[in-house]
Design a protein around this ligand. Structure first.
Ligand code: 1PZ
Length: 212
């Protein structure tokens, strides 16, 4: 696992390992990537606690499936989806007896990955006086917010306001001078985008983009 001192580069590199040769998404690395992101989020302060708690909770649910007696079915996103669908382990239209299915749990993180992609792209192309809080809330409104009720959107909006400015944010990323951060993001983003697109298409094929 990632230990301190870790840099955001190491975290984003984990997403590189997610794709298998035939474009399946390995859950082990996906989860490891999210663990790293949560650690990073925790460095930004306790205001983000309610966000990281939810992410940790979702990671735990997935790990429980991966380490459970049917763990061999939870190797990739694709194998997980097939297994849970074939065995009717997913609530498809309304919440019911499977509130912790791997499919609905991963979908939440998957939607958050889109937020991450949009946010990091804004960060990459921003200039010195760019406002992280604005980049963050714009990315949020274009992605995750559409799936969140008013209360969560409100709380998220308040947390964004106390995000550190661009220079301090770059420091916490612990990657090096700004040019290096920008270069690193340029390398990492296409991979995150691939993982997102492949998962998105697979979920779409199985009509699972709106799991309750
Ligand atoms: C750098 C600043 C970080 C901003 C993070 C932006 C995302 C804001 C998300 C606010 C989520 C608030 C708490 C939980 C909400 C849950 O209701 C939803 C739906 O799950 P359900 O209720 O259906 O079980 N959870 C999510 O949408 C998953 C959110 C995970 C967010 C992880 C962000 C990690 C950020 C890493 C930063 C580098």
């Amino acid at each position: 696992m990632l230990d301190f001192p870790s840099t955001l580069k190491e975290v984003l590199d984990t997403f590189k390992l997610c794709l298998s040769e035939n474009k399946e998404v390995y859950l082990e690395h996906y989860v490891a990537g999210w663990r790293g992101l949560v650690k990073f989020l925790n460095c930004l302060g306790s205001v983000f606690g309610f966000i990281s708690k939810d992410a940790v909770n979702k990671i735990k649910i997935l790990v429980t499936h991966m380490e459970g007696e049917n763990g061999s079915q939870y190797v990739t996103v694709q194998s997980m989806v097939k297994y849970e669908l074939d065995n009717e382990l997913v609530d498809l239209t309304k919440r019911g007896i499977h509130p912790e299915s791997g499919c609905r749990t991963l979908l939440r993180l998957h939607r958050a990955l889109r937020w991450l992609e949009l946010f990091l792209e804004r960060l990459r192309t921003s200039n010195e006086d760019g406002k992280t809080s604005v980049m963050c809330s714009e990315s949020y409104n274009e992605s995750l917010a559409q799936h969140h009720p008013w209360m969560v959107r409100k709380a998220a909006g308040m947390a964004f306001c106390v995000l550190p400015g661009r220079p301090a944010f770059f420091e916490v990323m612990n990657v090096g001078p700004p040019e290096q951060v920008v270069a690193m993001l340029g390398e990492a983003l296409p991979l995150i985008s691939d993982v997102y697109q492949i998962t998105e298409e697979f979920y779409a094929q199985h009509n699972m983009l709106d799991l309750p």
